[in-house]
Design a protein around this ligand. Sequence first.
Ligand code: ARG
Length: 476
Amino acid sequence: TKSQAWSALFSEPMSDLVKRYTASVFFDKRLWLADITGSLAHAEMLAAQGIIAAADREAIERGMAQIRQEIESGSFEWKLDLEDVHLNIEARLTQLVGDAGKRLHTGRSRNDQVATDVRLWLRGEIDLITTLLDDLQNALVDVAEQNVDVILPGFTHLQVAQPVSFAHHLLAYVEMFARDAERLGDVRRRTNRLPLGSAALAGTTYPLDRERVARTLGMVDEQGVAQVCQNSLDAVSDRDFAIEFSAAASLIMVHISRFSEELIVWMSQNFGFIKIADRFTTGSSIMPQKKNPDVPELARGKTGRVVGHLMGLITLMKGQPLAYNKDNQEDKEPLFDTVDTLKDTLRIFAEMVGGQVNPATGAKEGGITVNAVAMEEAAKRGYATATDLADYLVKKGLPFRDAHETVAHAVKAATAHACDLSELPLAVLQGFHPSIEKDVYDCLSLQGSLHARNTLGGTAPTQVRQQLARHRARLG
Ligand code: ARG
């Protein structure tokens, strides 16, 4: 039984309920590779420091190689009685190699072991997620490149505001995801530090070389300097790196969620701006005409789940005195679910936006389909060039506030005639102000309006092409 696993001190065994309540093996077994990697680095250092014999180290390596093979092939027997991934692997090691297995835990505690495992595992996931973020950015840039001259209404308050290039609109999300990747880089830097060697909480009496272990595990900065947690109490107990990651993940999902909302709106019959491929939609069991945007809707919904995990993790930490407390075992499920949700969402969005490669042609197919005509018509319906007319009058010498008021009258008239400003005859426009001439129609066109916004970061195609080139160079 489990109480026998560590001590003769216990006078009664755990009940099945308590066993199940305290065990974590059924979810933390996912950390097995990080656990073995950490153990091997620890054993290597113990031998190099003369704390265990070289033969013990070799036996540990041999045993771990077999355990690895057993886990990968699915034959490893995970035992609830052994509580967690760490005790399961250690027990099997001892079964396989005897006393050498029992020496592995010298100068180590599960407290510094688990903190190391989670950091190692998360570091790998951060790298994967960063690649997936790149894929999504590339997909957005691909679609943007095809749509620099496609104009849709830009909105504020979801009311038509000014014409913008569809590429410009998509590149706004590229900016968000680029910052998200940058944020993950910061989180990675603070995650990639070594707790091992802190032992249970106070350090250990053995002459460990923690820097050596850090270097073996790749826990080094850009200059190759070993990154070791400098306070043993802090090292074993804080999970701020997980909380930070969770915050970064939440922001990624929030950006995905905003984008989802737009895709859903753009797909509705009242907009008709885009289509997404059928494989990302589902039908209705009653309404035969339906194609529902389930994927973006679920992404919007799953954002709540990821943000919820952030709340869970940060709340988990708040009442804990130094140093390690078992509360921290609760960090894993939210973290794992965050990583899974995020990775699936990013993968599915990259494909939904950019399509997938057709092996026959090598070209990407099945991404977003753009209805440029519907977008332009929507921009015209909403007087998106009203600001341009005001700017035109300012150039003719009117103070901006007066120009603003003059254009308001023109919009009112156009609304009464159910036409766009560009469709009002010159004589009618001149009725609002005598300085209006024939060239006014240049600024009232969607294209004219777009090209006029030629400031850095603006929507003019020249600017958008520069941004596209910058993103291409950055993403490589
Ligand atoms: N399963 C534990 C966790 O996830 C490992 C550390 C347990 N340490 C202890 N002293 N009980 O945090």
